[in-house]
Design a protein around this ligand. Sequence first.
Ligand code: DCP
Ligand code: MG
Ligand code: MN
Length: 347
Amino acid sequence: CDLKGHKPSVCVNQHIVDKLEELRELHKAKSSEHDRWRAYSYGKCIPALRNYPKPIRSFSEARSIRGVGEKTALKIMEIINTGDLQRIKYENTEDVAATRIFQGIYGVGRHTAFAWFASGLRTLDDVRAGKCELKLSTAQEIGLKFYDDINSRMPREEARRIFEMIKPIALAIDSNLFIEIMGSYRRGKADCGDIDILITRPTTDGKTHQGVLRTLLERLHAAGIMTEDLAVPDDFSDLESVYRGLCKLPEPGAKRRRIDFLCVPWVNRGAALLYYTGDDIFNRAIRLKANKHGYSLNQRGLYAGVLRDPYDRQKKVYEGHIVASETEEEIFNILGVPWQEPHERVR
Ligand code: DCP
Ligand code: MG
Ligand code: MN
């Protein structure tokens, strides 16, 4: 994946990208490792296709694009020649269609969705009716109740307005807090799937942001901005915590929106900014780059001297020591990756 990607403002091969993305989503929804690997490989060629500056005209031209193999080139030619991709219909079987709908329920993953299908459930109405002795978790109940809201993206402006209400409430608790909106919003996207908020605080006066999130959530609930909790941290007094919930603009007719809060120690803020800005494909690429250079990168920092189990490269024998974590710039620098503005970090 290209770490120095610059995106042309219009994609001249959009119809091709759309079809391949549709196919990718179908593979992603499936249960086998193989399908997910396929989804991942499309994830690599789709950005290259999106960046390709001229309309693709031939098989060999398609093959010349990074990440496009023979099979993908054939699909591209089919889309060019027929305007359609038969494979999409072929892959969109009843189980895939149903489990994709189920996976739209917050808290329902691939595994649960296929288990439901296997037990005979087919539609959201089946789930609502509690067929097949189905028991939903509290989070899943909420996910089902606000299914349409949660599965629609909000305009950037709405994310901004909600954040502009949250920020002063947070700063009233502690005026030294660092509170910023991350994810797709920081990347400048026109619409956002949720609102991702990073909270930390400089420790120069000996204080931290510990406990702030609890108070903040109480006040946001009281203000009618936070509406439902989905996943609450075990211990609010931790320096590092994740919260997931629903919020809305406090006005009639406002939709429920997904919101995440991530609290991190001040020393880890650079790595947290990098992680939480994404996008996920960019993160995967930069982590891979770190691994190739003998480092390990996560939301806490860039680690050197990591020792991996030679028989299982995923397993770390020694965690290593942090060489960068306070700024995004130092992480880019050490990895030899040219600086990229958040809006450039896109698939
Ligand atoms: N992230 C990641 N890998 C994941 C999930 C998230 O690296 N599996 C990181 C990168 C994301 C960021 O966290 O950009 C926020 O996650 P979101 O799921 O909220 O994704 P985005 O904000 O990028 O997109 P959306 O507009 O759909 O919320
Ligand atoms: Mg997001
Ligand atoms: Mn999120």
